[in-house]
Design a protein around this ligand. Structure first.
Ligand SMILES: [Fe+2]
Ligand SMILES: [Fe+2]
Length: 135
């Protein structure tokens, strides 16, 4: 069973960003599946790196959109992105060094941050972006 399923309740009202969020959900599901199936370390590592890269790209896209529309909450939002990225980077580095498997703790962390971040911080910028003509 998928760990996360994107639905309208996660919509931030901006279609490109909604699409990116659903890709993020799927990447976390892939990581979950890789872990559940007693997967090869290689597959888990690859998925983890894809997730990290996609997250970086998504955060940049979001910040660029907020910056171009002069969203007042940009700085605060950027800091949240930095913290989240750092956390995943640290985990990825530990994994690369062979210091720990991808475990349920990381997956719960990922699931919680993604849902929490989308539902709280990301949803806050939706109305501002819409007001500036982007949907
Ligand atoms: Fe965000
Ligand atoms: Fe986001």
């Amino acid at each position: 069973m998928a760990l996360l399923t994107w639905d309208e309740s996660y919509s931030v009202g901006v279609s490109t960003l909604d699409n990116q969020h659903s890709v993020l959900f799927n990447l976390i599901n892939e990581l979950h599946a890789a872990m559940m199936h007693g997967n090869s370390r290689t597959l888990t590592g690859t998925t983890l790196r894809r997730l990290l890269n996609y997250t970086r790209g998504h955060f940049s896209a979001e910040e660029a959109m907020m910056a171009s529309l002069q969203y007042p909450g940009l700085e605060k939002h950027r800091q949240t992105h930095r913290k989240l990225t750092k956390h995943v980077e640290e985990f990825e580095a530990r994994f690369e060094r062979g210091e720990g498997p991808v475990n349920s703790q990381l997956l719960s962390f990922l699931r919680d941050w993604v849902t929490d971040h989308v539902l709280r911080s990301d949803k806050e910028y939706g109305p501002w972006i819409n007001k500036n003509g982007v949907r």
